[in-house]
Write a protein that binds this ligand. Structure first.
Ligand SMILES: N[C@@H](CCC(=O)N[C@@H](CS)C(=O)NCC(=O)O)C(=O)O
Length: 206
């Protein structure tokens, strides 16, 4: 019998969507547990003690063990599938893009999306307002780098879709929510449409 996989999530989060998209692409089922991060539901003593001491979702639960961090959860689910290249160089290159996503992409694009489309301008602190122009500039730099990389490629690594694409897709395809103009990045737009044509693709709000 297949092991039970539980995803602790807030369904508005792109980090959680990555994990669901990975599961859909490899044909695995997830049981979902919903939390509202805007109400501090991942900061309760119970959550911190039993699910993730870091107070964040997504967390993938495998039996009585827990895997926080979206990209680690995706890796667990995709193990043994074609989403993880077997060639050592391509494997490392996939990890390169996943680490890059967490350092250069997500902190800018996902954060601006959360501030603008979930919290709203009126609820931002002075510090958050001050950080907005830098996040905008760095988010555009990340999208520009992706666009350049995709100029002569269909996928980020090797010749087929991998976790690098899924992890980058999650917040890129909704970057418009954070007021990024994706029409400036035609290769990124073409890649988004290419990924959506996968017969197992699920939308973020599915
Ligand atoms: N690096 C982590 C980031 C996780 C993260 O920032 N999660 C956000 C939602 S996308 C969260 O749980 N925020 C609630 C909080 O910090 O209280 C990952 O990729 O999973």
């Amino acid at each position: 019998m297949a092991e039970q996989l539980i995803l602790h999530e807030d369904s508005r989060s792109g980090n959680c969507y990555k994990v669901k998209l990975t599961a859909a692409l490899v044909g695995k089922d997830l049981d979902l547990r919903e939390y509202d991060i805007t109400k501090g539901e991942t900061r309760t003593p119970e959550f911190l003690k039993n699910v993730n001491a870091n107070g964040r979702i997504p967390v993938l639960q495998v039996g009585d063990r827990f895997i926080p961090e979206s990209n680690a959860a995706c890796s667990y689910i995709a193990e043994g599938s074609s989403l993880i290249p077997s060639d050592p160089f391509d494997h490392a290159d996939m990890l390169r893009w996943m680490f890059w996503e967490q350092y250069n992409h997500e902190p800018n694009i996902a954060t601006l999306r959360f501030w603008l489309s979930e919290l709203g301008l009126d609820r931002l602190s002075d510090l958050q307002r001050l950080q907005m122009p830098t996040k905008r500039e760095q988010g555009n730099a990340a999208l520009g780098l992706m666009d350049e990389h995709l100029r002569d490629r269909d996928w980020f690594v090797g010749g087929s879709i991998s976790l690098a694409d899924i992890c980058l897709f999650a917040y890129t395809h909704v970057a418009g929510d954070a007021e990024f103009d994706l029409t400036r990045y035609p290769n990124v737009l073409a890649w988004i449409e290419r990924l959506k044509r996968n017969p197992r693709y699920i939308a973020m709000d599915a």
